[in-house]
Write a protein that binds this ligand. Structure first.
Ligand code: SF4
Length: 368
């Protein structure tokens, strides 16, 4: 296949659907890790093309959703300072903090800027030497290399007015935590193809073997996801638990070794709190000692911020695949994209936003 339309072609996807029906004899719970995959599932109503005994569980793979409320509140506090230009990817601006969000303080005069690359925040720092420039660094292994390059560039340029508020997280430790939970009901995993593009496949062999779970590295188009589900179900029906690469047009076993080296140079792996899930061992990145002067938390002394979560939001259960968004009593009522109570309703990759946007749609393939 060469063109995007081919990955969305209804007749091709219906053939894979038929194969899934043919091989499925048991009940299987398959978790797609990434929020981008969840959106494709909802947008194309892929669940309607699966046997009733293949159940999709939506995983925690939305970096905006799992960024702790404390980080959002710290970001808002830093961004409120008169001497700061605060930079962030756009999807963080509407994420509610305990009292407000970055967009509302921007509306009230704070200098909050949306950027598309961390390198842009370095350029802003060069252009504004009397201001402190802070970048809110969130995301999985997909965005961490770009953050690392920006920090390295700031060091090369000997910038004294640049820092990052670092909340990068790592996917494999979260998968391992979910699979080891007593509440776990996941039989097979669709791993996030873009994360594996950077990190390769090697981290997954041990997890698959330890928990006896097939892990299929999967892309983001309807074809990819249906193929990933087919591979996972086929393994389960054959009592196998292997790492399989559905996204081989992009992912290699080694991954992007150059990006991995930059990450190792700039970051240390640390334990990290995930919003709604809690502390996960070795699941976060912080700046290593040689780059620690660029750590916004050290520059702005933000240790004692206490946070208050909405008592209606069950995003923790949603992010762990224990509940679906429609199980939340606030879904579509008190909580909607205009007035989100939790991050999964704000983010473009959030499961609650996906359900809200697509729940009434029927299959919407590119029929030609
Ligand atoms: S629907 Fe809203 S309140 Fe409910 S879990 Fe999702 S984000 Fe939280």
């Amino acid at each position: 296949m060469k063109f995007i339309d081919e990955y969305r072609d209804a007749s091709t996807i219906e053939i894979i659907s038929q194969k899934i029906f043919e091989v499925t004899t048991h009940n299987w719970n398959i978790m797609e890790i990434c929020g981008g995959q969840t959106h494709t599932i909802m947008k194309y109503n892929l669940e309607s093309l699966l046997p009733h005994n293949v159940n999709l569980i939506h995983g925690p793979g939305c970096p905006v959703c799992v960024t702790p409320l404390q980080i959002i509140d710290k970001a808002i506090e830093i961004a409120s300072r008169k001497d700061v230009i605060f930079t962030s990817y756009g999807d963080m601006l509407r994420v509610p903090g305990s009292k407000n969000d970055l967009l509302s303080i921007k509306a009230n005069g704070s200098d909050v800027r949306i950027i598309y690359s961390p390198i842009d925040s370095v350029k802003i720092a060069e252009q504004n030497p009397v201001k402190q420039i802070v970048f809110l660094a969130i995301g999985f292994e997909t965005t961490a290399p770009a953050t690392a390059m920006a920090v390295r560039l700031a060091k090369q340029k000997e910038l004294e007015n640049y820092s990052i508020l670092c909340a990068h997280v790592l996917v494999p430790p979260a998968i391992e935590l979910l699979l080891s939970s007593p509440q776990n009901k996941v039989d097979g995993v669709l791993a996030a193809g873009h994360v594996c593009t950077v990190m390769g496949m090697k981290e997954y062999y041990q997890i698959s073997n330890r928990y006896k779970v097939p892990i299929v590295i999967t892309g983001f188009e309807p074809y990819d996801i249906m193929k990933g589900i087919y591979y996972a179900v086929l393994q389960l029906e054959q009592n196998k638990h292997e790492v399989e690469n559905q996204y081989s047009r992009v992912v290699t076993n080694e991954g992007n070794t150059h990006a991995q080296k930059i990450m190792r140079d700039v970051f240390n792996v640390v334990d990290r709190n995930w919003r709604g899930i809690g502390l996960i061992t070795n699941s976060g990145l912080e700046l290593s000692e040689s780059f620690s002067k660029f750590d916004a938390e050290r520059i702005f002394f933000l240790e004692n911020i206490s946070t208050v979560e909405s008592n209606m939001c069950i995003s923790g259960e949603v992010l762990q695949g224990i509940s679906k968004p429609i199980d939340c009593p606030a879904f579509g009522n008190q909580c909607n994209p205009e007035h989100p109570l939790g991050a999964p309703m704000v983010s473009s990759e959030g499961a609650c936003a996906a359900y809200y946007q697509y729940k009434v749609q029927t299959a919407n393939f590119n029929r030609q």
